[in-house]
Design a protein around this ligand. Structure first.
Ligand SMILES: [Zn+2]
Length: 131
């Protein structure tokens, strides 16, 4: 990302604060917007549809399982995962793409328990499982 810049130019780019009355860096602004989108996505109806489909009985949900078979977990363990990650391995591309991947249809969402979601996150980020 900083290819072609001198060290001084690169440092200026990273430390400049063009947002919020010159008090926020681009990175700070970026994570602020991403957090706001993530909060909005909690109300996204397909997410509720997928969670409802994973419901088995009072307080019990079925995790689809990541690198293991589907299994039952308690309600506090279940999370909704984007099968195609919101941010690809290659990194941030554009807000349009982040928004369309985040607010996707239910066929790109699955119910995973916290442990499976964490493991899948590692694979999504690093592109391979660590054993
Ligand atoms: Zn699981």
């Amino acid at each position: 990302m900083l290819v072609g810049l001198t060290q001084r130019q690169g440092l200026a780019l990273v430390t400049s604060k063009p947002y919020n009355n010159n008090t926020w860096t681009a990175a700070r602004f970026h994570s602020f917007i991403k957090g706001a989108l993530r909060n909005a996505s909690l109300k996204w109806p397909p997410r509720h549809k997928v969670k409802k489909a994973a419901w088995r009985k009072r307080g019990v949900y079925e995790c689809c399982g990541f690198q293991r078979k589907p299994h039952l977990v308690k309600a506090s363990e279940i999370q909704i995962d984007h099968i195609t990650p919101v941010v690809p391995k290659s990194g941030f591309d554009s807000w349009d793409n982040v928004i369309s991947r985040m607010f996707c249809d239910d066929d790109n969402l699955q119910a995973l328990c916290k442990a499976c979601h964490r493991d899948k996150g590692k694979v999504d980020r690093y592109g391979r499982a660590r054993h």
